[in-house]
Design a protein around this ligand. Structure first.
Ligand code: NCD
Length: 355
């Protein structure tokens, strides 16, 4: 029997509401651009970690994976990566695919109209004409921020996610690092109160810079910087830590601090920024972890690394339960799924029994 006109009339507003819910851009109030880790508050970090865990558990079954795949099938992402990337590119690409999103990519700037002299702004605006989110990595600092600023002035802004901006920031890496720390320290009451070492090229490594910024969200955390003098943590980050009363110490002697650490976040020499072979002057054996160093580390401490690794982590320790970097790498995909879900406001549709 055909529906009475009044019924149809009643249904219309709900249908319209659903339509607008699906098609409008995400509300600015939840999560839109992901540019600078300093804006992240503890409640959002906890929510993203919880969401990443739900997604990770859901993806273990075919039915769950299909639920995820049905979440954002109408959304498209631009992956604009003009600086080399393996993990960040692949984890974002696969995060999109897990959610049923489609992706376009530019990885080689010589294939974009930038070589014809198109401005950075015009290129970004063009990407935004075709997609719903732009994920970008550039060699220059500040480019993602510049793109986000442009988006805020145009009629159809799309969110911009900074997937690494020069030697400056790498916010989604910091989020996945927090997720890894949070998961690893779950039996020990979480990240609060932990002693976290950061080692290697702290001056030019963007991952440690971004992770330091997120530390303001955790009570009683102490940081230990282990770096050659010429690659020590930069004053801007130290000033931020001082301002937020996050205690840190600096040393060049790994062995003397290893027993006190709950986590050691190892990084490689960022040789791509060398202008006169500066990295070669460093005795890397003093800033490396192998079997000998593991003997000095607590039994329940963890070793992290954003990867790719150089000689600073001996592969023989990969089998040690404290070696967390391969899990950290996979966590990156779940955290990026969580970030995309949050940006598009789809988190209410992730249903799982309470964890
Ligand atoms: C890092 C990066 O690109 O900043 N890698 C990554 O994103 N996993 C770290 C590095 O290259 O040293």
């Amino acid at each position: 029997m055909p529906a009475a006109p009044t019924d149809r009339h009643e249904v219309t507003p709900i249908a319209t509401e659903r339509l607008s819910e699906t098609l409008v851009m995400p509300a600015r109030s939840s999560l839109f651009h992901v540019i600078d880790p300093r804006v992240f508050e503890r409640s959002l970090l906890d929510e993203l970690c919880d969401l990443a865990t739900r997604v990770r558990l859901l993806a273990k079954t075919d039915a769950g994976a299909r639920t995820l795949h049905d979440l954002l099938p109408t959304r498209r992402a631009m992956l604009y990566f003009t600086q080399p990337s393996t993990r960040t590119f692949l984890s974002f690409s696969n995060a999109c695919h897990i959610l049923g999103m489609r992706t376009s990519e530019i990885r080689d700037p010589s294939t974009s109209s930038e070589v014809k002299g198109e401005s950075f702004e015009d290129s970004i605006r063009t990407f935004s004409s075709y997609v719903d989110v732009i994920v970008m990595r550039t060699k220059e600092s500040g480019r993602a921020a510049q793109a986000a600023k442009l988006m805020n002035t145009i009629p159809r802004p799309v969110p911009v996610i900074n997937a690494g901006s020069g030697s400056d920031q790498h916010p989604t890496q910091a989020l996945l690092d927090i997720y890894t720390l949070d998961r690893s320290f779950e039996p020990q009451g979480g990240i609060d109160g932990k002693v976290i070492g950061m080692m290697g090229d702290l001056k030019r490594g963007r991952t440690v810079r971004s992770l330091c910024y997120l530390m303001k969200n955790y009570k009683g955390v102490k940081l230990v910087f282990i770096a050659p003098d010429q690659f020590a943590m930069e004053p801007d980050v130290k000033a931020y830590l001082d301002q937020h009363r996050i205690p840190y110490t600096e040393t060049t002697d790994l062995a003397s601090v290893l027993p006190s650490l709950d986590a050691v976040y190892v990084t490689r020499m960022q040789t791509e920024w060398d202008t006169a072979g500066e990295s070669r002057a460093v005795d890397l054996t003093r800033f490396s972890i192998g079997e000998r160093e593991l003997k000095l580390l607590k039994r329940d401490a963890i070793v992290m690394h954003p990867l790719p690794r150089g000689p600073e982590i001996d592969p023989v320790i990969d089998q040690d339960p404290r070696a967390m970097y391969w899990r950290q790498e996979r966590n990156g995909m779940w955290m990026r799924v969580a970030v995309l879900i949050k940006i598009f406001g789809a988190e209410p549709r992730i249903t799982l029994p309470d964890l």
